[in-house]
Design a protein around this ligand. Structure first.
Ligand SMILES: [Fe+2]
Length: 302
């Protein structure tokens, strides 16, 4: 088993935890792994953190969602503004789904806004087919729905959103990001696109930029989708815990061994943190990726 286990979860900042739990529960993230309120070292904030997983998750949608409500200071920092998609920062959570059209319809009925109607496409260089749609959660966070029909046949059963398939984020330098994350186990490139994805055009108020995106998979866990825009647009990293998707964690079998690898790469890392989350431990350490995004290693013991 490899040390790195792909993306374990994506963090979403919320202002109303109960409303967010209810919405994401309807999306399928009904399993509360822990519900913690207290100090969160690393970012050094007081917060309520609810770690959710989807009992219907499959190997192509293995990631969970971490809801974070910042409690100290002014409360949850506001969502960064002025971005469309792919500016510096976390811009999207993608859920694998069985039956994208039906899931899109059911999420809109559950309070999400439609951002892109379902469509079918295929991506280079492996000509992998997919069904895709986008919704916004009630707080504006972008949720992509994908069924990788050319990669995976979903398990039987009704249409449903499964777990997180990948997290998308803007970077400044694609080769630098790729070389960095390859060392953290994201070694397989599922697709690369340098053509503007036309259905996203309405998302860019000042006109569509050039887009370069790739999707990198680890042998386990969820994948990553770094994006470079030209022109690059506003810095949408925001503060830790801001409303909307704001961070992600890479799973490791051993936090200490993972930190050794990062330090060997010359990466600045925080100290390992172990929090008692009632019946388990949340073990993580924060680090700075080349674009100073909010990323952590997590050794899940919950
Ligand atoms: Fe995506």
């Amino acid at each position: 088993m490899s040390l790195f286990r792909g993306v374990d979860h994506v963090g979403v900042g919320v202002a109303d935890m109960e409303a967010a739990k209810a919405f994401y529960g309807r999306v399928g993230f009904s399993d509360v792994r822990f519900d913690y309120t207290g100090p969160v070292p690393g970012p050094d904030r007081e917060a309520r953190v609810v770690m959710l997983s989807n009992p219907g998750a499959t190997p192509v949608g293995a990631g969970g969602i971490k809801l974070v409500q910042v409690l100290d200071g002014e409360g949850p920092p506001p969502a960064p503004t002025g971005g469309g998609w792919g500016e510096l920062g976390i811009c999207e959570i993608c859920l694998h789904a069985r039956g994208v059209t039906d899931v899109h319809r059911s999420l809109v009925a559950a309070g999400a806004g439609s951002l892109m109607d379902p469509l079918t496409a295929a991506v280079d260089p492996n000509d992998v087919s997919l069904d895709i749609a986008y919704v916004a959660d009630p707080w504006g966070g972008k949720l992509e729905l994908i069924e990788w029909t050319g990669l995976w046949h979903s398990l039987p059963g009704p249409a449903r959103a499964e777990g997180v398939n990948h997290v998308a984020f803007g970077v400044k330098d694609m080769e630098r990001a790729r070389a960095f994350y390859e060392q953290l186990g994201f070694t397989e490139m599922l697709f690369e696109s340098v053509d503007f994805f036309e259905p996203m055009a309405p998302w860019y108020p000042s006109g569509p930029p050039d887009q370069h995106m790739i999707m990198l998979l680890s042998s386990q866990g969820a994948g990553i989708e770094p994006v470079v825009l030209d022109p690059e647009g506003p810095d949408c990293r925001g503060e830790w815990g801001h409303i909307g998707p704001f961070d992600f964690a890479v799973g490791v079998t051993s936090l200490e061994r993972g930190l050794e690898v990062l330090r060997g790469m010359g990466v600045e890392t925080g100290e390992p943190v172990t929090l008692d989350v009632g019946g388990g431990e949340w073990r993580y350490a924060s680090f700075r990726d080349p674009d100073d995004l909010y990323v952590s290693l997590v050794e899940a013991r919950y």
